[in-house]
Write a protein of this length. Sequence first.
Length: 127
Amino acid sequence: MVNWTDKIIHWNQLGSTELKRLITTWGKDEKFIAKYDKAHGFESSPTTKTVAKPKSAPAPTVPAKAVKKAVPVAKKVVRQKHTGANGEIKFVEHRNLYIGFFGGRVVVTKRTAEACKEVLRTDYGVE
C-alpha cells in the first residue's frame, strides 16, 4: 500500500481498506505504519523516497553587453464616457452610430444624424 504523504488526497479515489488505513495511520511515524501493515497483512512501502537529483548544467553565460528590449506596457482599458452639450450630435466610429446629447449625457443613438436630430427635436425640444 502507498503511504500517503501528499498534502492533497482525493478521498473519492480511495477504497475502503485504504481509507481505513489512512485514517488509522494519519500523522504516525514510519515505524508505526510498518507495524500496522505487518499486523494487517499489507505490504509497506517507505514514505521517504530517495530521488536522485539530476546534475545541474552550468548556467549559461550572458554576454557583457546584453541589449534589453523594452516591453510594451498594456494600457488599461477605460470605458469611453461620451459627453456633449444639449442638442449636440457626435459620430462614434467604432459603433457606426450617431449619438445625441441632452442634460450632459447620451439620450439617443441612431444610424443617421437626421434621425438623431428628429428625436432630440420631438422628445427634448432641442433645435
